[in-house]
Design a protein around this ligand. Structure first.
Ligand code: PLP
Length: 400
């Protein structure tokens, strides 16, 4: 048996491999029927009229902000506790990120703090379903509506989730999904914008395709103006090869999500009684789409203890990660915006104690047991060392 337990693994079946072969034989490798089909499937799942496939989740976020006309002098509210793309897209268009602290239970932005941060310069709110948890999305949509500011869902971690009867991706003016190999579904690299806004959709279609014109009722390839560029655009297209993989993954989505739910349940079962571990907290009115399984060590532990626990697990060939180091403390944000430790204490406190555990569809009970056992041993070692450090008084044995 493989000893190594990776942090994540894509779930690729023979059907995806066959779909790729079929595209390769078809002669049509970009801008074709698989893209259209993939767009329909993802849009339908999010209960939106339009899907615009793009080359990554990051590219999708960039296009949405650009299509909304966000630019220099504008402010965009977002969370410091996310993958860095949630904030980088704001810098791409020359606008200013305004971070607000998180709700320490869900780790999503605190809606009250979002509302308090809105000014007349606020041009958008980017909300993230952190680790797949959609909590507060409805309240954030209400706040955005009240202040007439568009809500953008960075739904890159939440495909297929449902919150209070509504699918992830349906709460804002637009939402963006991501298909990197560690996500619920993958196309290798890829992303998808979904929206009900016809004009926004058309603008995003044009922007992803070098600013070429997009007919109202034509797919972009039929407009026949390959060398006409109406606006400054990008090449953010998704290949037919990637789209074909995406179509099969979407067909399998319910099966994939169910498998992930089973692995999450195994973790809950095994870790529930461990007082040193804080488990993910999911509302009853949430149908969770599990992206990753992230636990936090209790408040007795700091970042160094957490890092030693992670190192110990890695030495036992168990893949772990510290999702997420806060965005505002990344060097490029500190330098540009003068952010400092203490600016967003709740996000920082959570970030110091998180451990993402191995989480992928084919994980079995033995692998979950190995992870949880090793986690417990590493935590118990830290507790023992902590106790020794605090009971060693001056005059006691010398330590160095
Ligand atoms: C994965 C992810 C993205 C997009 O990542 P890409 O690698 O560009 O597809 C954006 N935001 C969040 C929160 C993510 O987790």
């Amino acid at each position: 048996m493989e000893r190594e337990i990776p942090l994540s693994l894509p779930d690729i079946s023979q059907a995806e491999i066959d779909a790729v072969t079929e595209v390769m034989r078809s002669g049509r490798l970009s801008i074709g029927p698989r893209q259209d089909r993939f767009e329909e499937m993802v849009a339908e799942r999010a209960d939106q009229r339009h899907g615009i496939a793009v080359s990554s989740g990051t590219a999708g976020l960039h296009l949405v902000l650009e299509a909304l006309g966000v630019g220099p002098g504008d402010e965009v509210i977002t969370t410091p506790f996310s993958f860095i793309a949630s904030a980088n897209c704001i810098l791409y268009v020359g606008a200013t990120p305004v971070f607000v602290d998180v709700d320490p239970t869900s780790l999503n932005m605190d809606p009250g703090k979002v509302e308090a941060a809105i000014t007349e310069k606020t041009k958008a709110i980017i909300a993230v379903e952190v680790f797949g948890n959609p909590r507060h999305m409805q309240r954030l949509a209400q706040i955005a509506g009240r202040h007439e500011v568009p809500l953008i869902e960075d739904a890159c971690e939440g495909l297929g989730g449902v919150y209070r009867g509504r699918p992830v991706g349906s709460f804002g003016r637009a939402a963006v999904f991501g298909f990197y190999p560690n996500k619920q579904i993958t196309t290798g690299e890829g992303g998808m914008i979904v929206t009900n806004d016809d004009r926004l959709a058309a603008c995003c279609r044009s922007l992803r395709n070098q600013g070429r014109p997009v007919g109202d009722d034509h797919p972009d390839r039929e407009v026949g103006s390959w060398l006409q560029h109406e606006r400054l655009g990008y090449n953010y297209r998704l290949s037919e090869i990637a789209a074909a993989i995406g179509c099969v993954q979407m067909q399998r989505l319910d099966q994939l999500l169910e498998r992930r739910r089973q692995v999450a349940l195994m973790y809950f079962d095994r870790l529930m009684d461990n007082p040193d571990v804080i488990l993910p907290n999911i509302d009853d009115d949430t149908q969770m789409s599990w992206f990753v399984f992230v636990v936090r060590l209790s408040h007795d532990f700091g970042a160094q203890a957490r890092n030693r626990v992670m190192d110990g697990m890695r030495r036992h060939e168990i893949g772990v990660s510290n999702y997420f180091p806060p965005i505002h403390l990344q060097p490029c944000y500190r330098q540009r915006f003068g952010c400092e430790v203490g600016d967003f204490p709740l996000a920082e406190s959570a970030a110091q104690r998180t451990i993402a555990l191995p989480f992928y569809n084919r994980m079995d009970a033995t692998q979950v047991e190995l992870v949880c056992l090793t986690l417990k041993i590493m935590i118990d070692r830290e507790k023992l060392l902590l106790r020794r450090d605090t009971t060693t008084e001056p005059g006691g044995p010398e330590r160095n």
